[in-house]
Design a protein around this ligand. Structure first.
Ligand code: PLP
Length: 481
């Protein structure tokens, strides 16, 4: 069998090279760096030929799983296909520099302005800022805007952000990071906001409410207009977690539901690549009353073209260097223009259709705790017989890996015990969904009749069940001591 190498250092052969630089033909100025900063020994870099470098990284990448490998129904994280034309257009802008003269980058400024306008339109908001680098960063920016708004009105007593118990973990974390106290409210029996609990929670200390609709259960909050009224009457603002707009874009707008500020994840809903900690983008859209506080600079249209406007005395300031992750914005822009208004709506409709198709096919095979028409995702759990055999959501997830699927999001939302949150997205064919449904049925059957097989999964991966908590808390990132 071919030897598996984990580290490029293990492949090193002394004297091997992947490049051949010409001799230097300018004076060497090593005196520029003070000698105490110079290393006394050579850095022990691996020595390899180009072909060995290519094989090493190609083989490592094959141990990874992405949307380009197979179906990836990760609830709350919208892993949809990133059309390759997005990469082509992003590449066109590889060579512009953030310090380039504004006259030379009018095209780039146009893309920023136009993307922001389209996102504001989809959001039902009045303006949009593209700076934040991810969803959680957009949340922080949005909550800072809420704080700036209250303080501009000399209202310093609003110390509390209300968050429902179904919220994404970033919501309470964001509110705490922005200096707020968090008041959690329990969900009602139907999975929605408990209006009485909300009425009891609001008061003169309420800065705002953070909410997502559809909720993390994939259910639309029918009482949203009443929720907005209760919060606004108490003097608070409404923050919409718009990481996942896949069920609503082109159909219903958070601005029309009564929200004042929201973020959007371009790296979920708008198809830009996602995962591995790469650059994301979390634009923040706001209603008129929050525009003065938006981060600066903003791109402004003038008679003489676009300019970056820094003259914004009430701005919360910059939240990121330069203007956001521009290449991600270009990908989302390409996606928006390729789909157009009708295509955006159709994508949402198909995302909802696909989720409901899987839900209805798995009904009776798995338990579906809130079994009604869902939005872009739904939550299922192992059935009673599986549970009696001690088959957990973890067992199902690991078994899916052996069968060539990325598992759904598991153990979230926290309010459902043994949750599996399944989100197919609109980019999958009926054939793909049917094949997945078949595998899910097989796993349920196996869990009822031969649970050992599931307990032992995965058997096809280099590592079986790592201790993820330990891996996150005590990562070993060094090759050797
Ligand atoms: C993904 C997600 C976030 C956070 O987005 P990041 O880009 O990962 O920071 C926030 N809220 C919800 C509901 C999400 O799904």
């Amino acid at each position: 069998m071919r030897k598996e190498y984990n580290l490029i250092f293990e492949r090193s052969i002394e004297g091997h090279r992947a490049y051949d630089l010409p001799n230097i033909d300018v004076p060497v100025l090593d005196s520029l760096i003070p000698s105490e900063y110079l290393s006394e020994t050579d850095i022990p870099l691996p020595e390899l030929a180009e072909i060995d470098v290519v094989r090493h990284y190609t083989n490592l990448s094959r141990r990874n799983f992405g949307v380009d490998n197979g179906f990836y129904p990760l609830g709350s994280c919208t892993m949809k296909y990133n059309p390759k034309i997005n990469e082509e257009t992003a590449k066109l802008f590889n060579n512009i520099h953030p310090y380039a003269d504004q006259d030379c980058v009018q095209g780039a400024l146009h893309i920023m302005a136009h993307t922001a306008e389209m996102l504001a339109e989809i959001a039902g908001m009045d303006a949009c800022c593209l700076q934040p680098a991810a969803g959680a960063h957009g949340e922080l920016t949005g909550i800072m805007l809420i704080k700036a708004y209250h303080e501009s009105r000399n209202d310093f007593d609003r110390k509390i952000i209300i968050v429902p118990d179904a919220a994404h973990g970033t919501n309470p974390a964001t509110a705490a990071m922005a200096g707020y106290k968090i008041k959690e409210i329990k969900s009602a029996a139907d999975g929605g906001i408990d209006l009485d609990a909300l009425r009891a929670a609001v008061g003169p200390d309420t800065a705002g409410l953070m909410l997502t609709n559809p909720s993390t259960l994939g259910l639309f909050e029918k009482n949203i207009i009443e929720v907005a009224r209760i919060v606004h009457d108490a003097g608070g603002l409404l923050y919409y977690d718009g990481a996942n707009l896949n069920a609503v874009m082109g159909i219903v707008r958070p601005g029309d539901m009564g929200f004042d500020v929201m973020h959007i994840n371009l790296h979920k809903t708008f198809s830009t690549p996602h995962g591995g900690g790469g650059p994301g983008s979390g634009p923040v859209a706001v209603k008129e009353k929050l525009i003065p506080f938006l981060p600066k600079p903003v791109v402004k249209r003038t008679e003489n073209g676009y300019v970056l406007d820094y003259d914004r005395p009430q701005s919360i300031g910059r939240v990121k260097n330069f203007y956001g992750n521009f290449s991600v914005i270009v990908r989302a822009y390409t996606y928006l223009l390729s789909l157009g208004a009708d295509g955006i709506r159709e994508a949402a409709e198909n995302a909802v259709l696909n989720a409901n198709y899987i839900r209805s096919k798995l009904r009776g095979v798995y338990d579906i705790p809130y079994d009604r028409i869902c939005m872009h995702e739904f939550v299922a759990t192992p059935n009673e017989k599986m549970r009696a055999n001690h088959v957990t959501t973890m067992d199902v997830a690991k078994s899916l890996i052996d069968r060539g699927y990325h598992p759904p999001t598991i153990y979230f939302p926290l309010i459902v015990h043994e949750a599996m949150m399944i989100e197919p997205t609109e980019t999958e064919s009926k054939a793909t969904l049917d094949a997945f449904i078949e595998v899910m049925k097989q796993l349920a059957h196996e869990g009822e009749t031969n649970p050992e097989a599931l307990h032992n999964a995965p058997v096809t991966t280099p590592i079986g069940r790592p201790d993820d908590v330990k891996a996150a808390r005590m990562p070993i990132v060094k090759f050797c001591e």
